[in-house]
Ligand binder design. Sequence first.
Ligand code: NAD
Ligand code: TYD
Length: 330
Amino acid sequence: MRLLVCGGAGFIGSTFVRLRLREYGDEITVLDKLTYAGRRENLHDVLEEIRFVHGAIENPAAVADAIEGCDAVVNFAAETHVDRSISGPDAFIVTNMQGTHVLLEAARERGLRYAQVSTDEVYGSIESGSFTEESPLCPSSPYSATKTGADLLVSSYFHTYGMETVICRGSNNYGPYQYPEKLIPLMILNAVAGDRLPVYGDGRNVRNWLYTEDFGRGISAALVSGTPGEAYNCGGPDECENLHVVERIIELTGADPALIEFVTDRPGHDRRYSLSSEKLRALGWEPRVRFDEGLERTVGWYKDNDWWWEPIRAGDYREYYERHYGRALR
Ligand code: NAD
Ligand code: TYD
């Protein structure tokens, strides 16, 4: 396929680009604004094999340039961190909603298939059981509300214009190249550096962990074999409380357990996410990587790739960290 991958310089987008090049032989154009989370380094080993357009999805001229010659659009581009959406929601509205609208228009004009990458957070929190694609959408943060708005807009382009759209909703991803504002890379790098490990609230919130390559394969299945107009959940094989994730990272890094620090909870913190993925499994997808194995691989990757994260921890991230956690990194 000739794919336009929006947000392809981010964590999951870059993993998807690598997967599609290596396993499917696609021709790929990446359109990415290169925000703090988007980095050419994430594509270091494939930059020669793709066309890279530096631009924003909310900019129709950049989209028109990037989409030239493509058969399908996959949209990863988003502002993605819940905590940042609480302290400053503006960019979330522009990128996640307005940007999705610009992409939909460009795909509609050209009659292209369109896959929207979405999240389990659109369903909100669930005490027990798992969400199916029929569950009501009930987002709780500005991040998840803007992702939900985008999903509804995507569905409207199927219903109103008959556009070939699919939505793939992933649970919490982890793996190489994830920006260290998110739980797992933050805890790995803090553990390695001897920084405190800030656990929100009581640490008993549960997330449904999905190795990023498994999400890439799930998105591929929805893109290639999904029925237009449908959404597909892509949940990881294991659920785990945050505190247990941190304890496992301490074991894998040999850090001092006394580094754990319980800090003020996130406002509106969702207690538990859980997805049922039967519909995607019916397309032949299944997760390949269990959490224990994936976490070990991920810790190994961060240990071996300080060239990737040292510039982040030495740069603007320090200011973000200090503002958010009220303490400096070592
Ligand atoms: P990320 O923050 O690592 O990457 C986002 C990418 O989008 C970056 O490369 C960034 O530069 C780019 N971008 C941001 N604004 C843009 C704009 N206006 N125009 C063009 N590019 C822009 O995010 P991620 O974790 O890789 O998430 C990718 C997608 O997957 C998002 O849509 C997210 O909602 C979804 N998702 C993420 C998770 C997760 O656990 N990380 C889980 C389920 C779904
Ligand atoms: P995060 O990686 O931000 O993903 P999401 O909010 O999309 O689930 O957070 C995962 C869980 O870890 C969530 O319950 C919040 C918690 N958390 C902490 O306890 N400490 C932290 O420093 C961060 C970033 C997250």
